[in-house]
Design a binder for this molecule. Structure first.
Ligand code: P6P
Length: 334
């Protein structure tokens, strides 16, 4: 596909490449794209329309919700429900599975999403994004249950994110590589700008919240210490560090120029299993990273092999440039 091709054209071309395709997935993707365009518009307007700040409510994570968290969740949920391609929905911002109204037409997919990841940054105008994962719904089930969502990452039909930064960029994989599309806001169209994204296998850049250093387990301590020693040490090169506190921004940087992102288990969050959520942060990002030639693990195991046991389950996340993540994998096995 040529640079500048519209996302709509690319989706239809992909459908045509699968003769048995019904067009339902294309419709679902179109709904996701529409929802992200609306969220992008709200994010870009921010305080101009008084939607920044906290909503004085908490989500299931116990996190204070931003007004834009709720607005983004409503936009994504309503757009997909009305698009008739899903049988149920789940979101970081909703405690339970969202069941469609009794008279609503059901589709053959499930979608689980973080409608505005990194939203703690929204009030300080730092990049945020929407993360989504598409799964198959069970056949003949009117209202899929939480159990129906608890599929390992390897079963994802598609995964993607829309990053609301200096540009709004939709990054998407359906299991055949990763492509990025930039929103041309003058005409409201996403255009192919990043075809066949590939993560460099090596890097000199790591991303971790260093304030948690005293809580880390030995393998992560060892790896970060070696990065900080630099070229005089066993890694033989100096490293740079980044931490945006917005996973979408970190992953997008890694897709663009390489790097390794770590939100590992530590003694402070061990009881809850980790910080990031498996179903709508770790799994979709892991599919994208693997499809771009990178690696995504919890430390001891591949993220996409995990059999989920609850909808808002948290896991440790280490992902990025394959050769660096492999070192961390080896350290967890040592
Ligand atoms: P901390 C945002 O809240 C998020 O879920 C990820 O996007 C981000 O990587 C992480 O949490 C930031 O966590 O502990 O640095 O605020």
């Amino acid at each position: 596909m040529q640079i500048g091709t519209s996302l709509t054209h690319c989706l239809i071309e992909k459908q045509q490449a699968h003769p048995d395709a019904s067009g339902e997935f294309t419709l679902l993707m179109n709904d996701i794209v529409s929802a992200c365009k609306v969220i992008s518009s709200y994010v870009n307007k921010g305080n101009l329309i008084g939607i920044l700040g906290s909503a004085e409510t908490e989500n299931v994570q116990g996190e204070t919700q931003k007004k834009l968290d709720i607005i983004s969740n409503d936009v994504f949920t309503d757009t997909l429900m009305q698009g008739t391609q899903v049988a149920a929905l789940a979101s970081e911002e909703m405690d339970d599975v969202y069941h469609l109204p009794a008279n609503a037409k059901r589709g053959k997919y499930l979608c689980v999403y973080d409608p505005l990841d990194g939203s703690s940054n929204i009030d300080v105008n730092v990049t945020v994004g929407t993360i989504f994962s598409v799964l198959r719904a069970p056949e003949g089930v009117e209202n899929p249950s939480e159990q129906d969502f608890l599929q390992p990452g390897t079963t994802q039909v598609a995964a993607g994110y829309c990053i609301y930064g200096p540009s709004t960029i939709m990054v998407l994989t359906t299991g055949e590589g990763v492509n990025g599309f930039t929103l041309d806001m003058d005409i409201g169209e996403f255009k192919l700008t990043h075809p066949n994204i590939t993560i460099p296998e090596d890097t000199k850049e790591f991303a971790i919240n260093m304030s948690n250093q005293r809580f880390w387990d030995a393998p992560v301590k060892r790896y970060i210490d070696e990065c900080l020693i630099g070229k005089e040490g066993p890694r033989g090169k100096d490293f740079n560090m980044r931490w945006v506190a917005s996973m979408v921004a970190e992953v997008h940087r890694i897709l663009t120029r390489g790097g390794v992102f770590l939100y590992p288990i530590d003694s402070k969050i061990r009881a809850q299993g980790g910080k990031l959520r498996l179903m709508y942060e770790a799994n979709p990002m892991a599919m994208i990273v693997e499809q771009a030639g990178g690696m995504a693990i919890t430390g001891p195991e591949r993220i996409m092999d995990i059999k989920p046991h609850k909808l808002h389950q948290r896991v440790p996340v280490i992902l990025g440039s394959k050769n660096e993540v492999q070192i961390l994998s080896d350290y967890h096995k040592a």
